[in-house]
Design a protein around this ligand. Structure first.
Ligand SMILES: [Zn+2]
Length: 111
């Protein structure tokens, strides 16, 4: 996805997740850990967030980072939690697939 597409999908998912109060900046690159595919850095007081995505990452990773705002945006960053990351991955995948299936034509067996 291009940065333009990612920003467009950010607006879409921000509405779907009902987090309109956040001012979100999305960037390609700029990750602080080279083994991460995405990072979300937020300020709970100002309701601002910067999401950095590794090039080649798509909507599912974007949803994952936005879910951090839904689940954790009210508190300062607490550090890496593997179990929580895996749970967010599962939710992000489910949301992504449900959204993809919504767009499929139910009359088309090949969809
Ligand atoms: Zn995460």
């Amino acid at each position: 996805m291009t940065i333009r597409q990612l920003r467009s999908r950010t607006v879409y998912w921000q509405q779907k997740l009902n987090i309109p109060e956040w001012t979100i900046t999305v960037k390609l690159g700029g990750l602080t850990h080279k083994d991460h595919v995405g990072e979300c850095i937020w300020c709970a007081e100002e309701l601002t967030a910067t999401i950095c995505l590794k090039r080649g990452q798509g909507e599912e990773t974007l949803i994952h980072e936005l879910l951090h705002l839904v689940l954790d945006g009210h508190i300062p960053y607490y550090g890496y939690d593997l179990v929580r990351e895996r749970a967010i991955n599962r939710i992000a995948k489910a949301l992504y697939l449900a959204d993809q299936n919504k767009n499929a034509d139910p009359a088309c067996a090949a969809c």
